[in-house]
Design a protein around this ligand. Sequence first.
Ligand code: PEP
Ligand code: MG
Length: 556
Amino acid sequence: MERTLRGVGVSHGVAIGQVRHMGTAVLEPPVTQVSAEEVPREQARAQAAVDAVAADLVARGNLAGGEAQAVLEAQALMAQDPELLADVNRRIESGSSAERGVYDAFAAYRELLAAAGEYLAGRVADLDDVRNRIVARLLGVPMPGVPDSDEPYVLLARDLAPADTALLDPSLVLGFVTEEGGPTSHSAILARAMGVPAVVALAGATGLAEGVVVAVDGGSGEVLVEPSAGRQEELRRLAAERRAALAASSGPGRTSDGFMVPLLANVGGPADVPAALENGAEGVGLFRTEFLFLDDSAKAPGEDKQVEAYRKVLEAFPGGRVVVRVLDAGADKPLEFLTPGDEPNPALGVRGLRTLLEHPEVLRSQLRALARAAEGLTVRLEVMAPMVADGVDARAFAAACREVGLDAKYGAMVEIPSAALRAAAVLREVEFLSLGTNDLAQYAFAADRQVGSLARLQDPWQPALLDLIAAAADAAKAAGKSCGVCGEAASDPLLACVLTGLGVTSLSMGAASIPYVRAALGRASLAHCQRAAEAARAADTAEEARAAAEQVLSGQ
Ligand code: PEP
Ligand code: MG
């Protein structure tokens, strides 16, 4: 029976396909007492699960080939380790269920490995994965991690962490639906980077059955469950028409009367460059460099490895502008080698620039790597610091850039309300501002960006957020410097017009949003954008602000 669920649409387009769950971390199986008669049955269950997991790992290794095959085969051997299995059997004999026996035996072995030094400790993650697989099979819950599927699917998750993203095969993911996460969560950012439709903050999403067909509308936030064949057909036709209309808009970002607003891409590494180019990005407005290191965050990234990754992005934009953000570690993007594990409140702790100022050697190494990567290229390299609170922070970052002799403009991200309110002081130290509206909203509204139920407060149309944006843009104009937006606010076509009206000088977003924003800007004159901005700021709520801007812009 067709039914409609509603969440927050965060990445345009329509995806139709079967749901596959992102397996969550395996829960600890309950401690139960099995009777003596049940022992053989539990031991047989444990053995069968171990064999099935090992066979599955080998089969997936055969498919993957190369290095991955060696890793998966080593994991299969781990699963069948005779000593481990003997321990599982002993535990079952003393009353554990199969799942509890596996869980405890692996925990004991894990401790041994972790205590045994660096090389073996590195295998702990592999061991945990094997344990999770066996326990999941015994409990009859989905396998942890990215779904094993050869067919394209709609990924369903509670929320997606940046580290999960490394494991996704973009050619298989049709779209995302998450239960948590607001419009600025990493699930939303990732969906835009991959150019797939997404709906977040959908209450009850994880209750959708594996394999059920859904149609995800990333614009309206609607998720149609079990749509009829006719409805699917109609949605596909509408989506194709829309894509064709968008493809017709091209060229640099400009209003209908020719006011230029460069449209730039947000990237997390070289893998995002093709989409940026395909969508006509005029450069990169935010290169989230920490994304390069999330999969191996136990140690500082080597300088040569950094140079290689940066160069691949820089050389893709000859003559263009590429704004690189130095490592933004902490809170939702922890890097093991930098982020303290014991902060009571990581979002308000030592993160972003604060971390780098405590580890100046990491900042220097990154700036040096950037200088080397840009050598001989025509790209206009710019660097910026995340989480700048005031002029003192901005001065420290500028000093670090000067110290390594980096030939690049240096700027500050405005993500903390204090930096927006006192932007003039920040601008005395740096050459440009870039508004990180995701964190700016999080800190202005004291609303964790990862909590779906707070999506209302993360809405970038909140008039208080627009006021902070206006304060920064006004200060930049007075100082004769530029002020872009690189937070997710820039990817909303209507809001992009309002931001232009507020005085923002460039817009950077997930590449797939660029055609939508280009088309909307091309329909609006600068004067209309300014009037829409005024109307939105005069409103009391996000909904009223959106409606007021829509009215101005549709009446031109
Ligand atoms: C932001 O906070 O708006 C931003 C662009 O940075 P991130 O989303 O990576 O925190
Ligand atoms: Mg941020």
